[in-house]
Design a protein around this ligand. Sequence first.
Ligand code: MRU
Length: 374
Amino acid sequence: MNVDGRHYRTIWLKDSDPTVVQIIDQRHLPHEFVIEDLTSVEAVARAIKEMHVRGAGLIGATAGYGMAIAALHAPRTSPQAFMAALTAAGETLKATRPTAVNLEWAVKRQLSVIEAAGNDIEVKIQTAFDMAQTIADEDADFCRRIGQHGLPLIEAISRRKNGEPVNILTHCNAGWLAFVDYGTATAPIYAAHDQGVAVHVWVDETRPRNQGARLTAWELGQHGVPHTVIVDNVGGHLMQHGLVDLVITGTDRTTYTGDVANKIGTYLKALAARDNGLPFYVALPSSTFDWEMRDGLAEIPIEQRDGTEVSYIGGLHDDSIKTVRLTPATSPAANFAFDVTPARLVTGLITERGICDASEAGILGLFPDKKPSA
Ligand code: MRU
């Protein structure tokens, strides 16, 4: 996607030194566009944990590059010592954030190809860099295809409304900043906009870290997509008054039975959509399915983050970023970062292979090759 007219991905290798990974440090958006260099596994782990990068697909891609950096710095004394260092790096990366399954998926994928690459350490290192690139390229390509599969949903509503803008509500940031490019929930929106279909996006601010207000609003603005930022509790009211045609969100982990973990507050939007008879779609690449998990509510680990993200808020004031306290100094704050929307509330899943029902039969119908082991 373009920033000030120039194409960027969210993660890449530095042109002048391809052993350095570069990211957009999203903590500074929308007020500053900062590029950060990552040169060690510790720096990669910090970037994921402290949310310089975030969003399921990008967390996975960053872990992929993190494993490549780990390979570069691992001891070359023997293949065993090399693999032990990589396994330890994988554990460090996996411990950063628990909910997005792409993280674990990328680490496992790296370990298995590096292990299989023979005993020549140089070959193993090259394999790790190649795999990091493959994970990133696949993510971008899958998101582009999600856009193509989701586009007809928006076109159908547009036709029904005789070309009046299609109002789409989204939560958090499942845009290109959450992936390597295009995004998931936003991909059909960008595809529709680029084809001249009139769209308007209601952007949930998404407390406490405001990924909607800061990130989704910024990237839609960069792409010229009409949008309005709303506070998190407005969606139900808009739906009751006919001001939402469609809800599309992303997900950080979806069970093979269709239960969807996504940013806290998603479940309430799904309930409101159901009460108002509105379609609620979730867009995801296959890397975000958990092929081992059946029961989302019981099994998906829900990240709890520091309460200071709730009790403080940051923003631009007099040209500098300030953080201010919102709550009484003595009031404790709880910070559950994700919730689970049961499959029964999800109209459909938009994937790189097409749209399916949020059910075991629907998902495995589209991904028969992923059938979980009994
Ligand atoms: O805590 P984050 O910002 O990493 O959460 C991920 C999200 O942005 C959302 O839950 C998103 O809708 C998932 S799609 C990447």
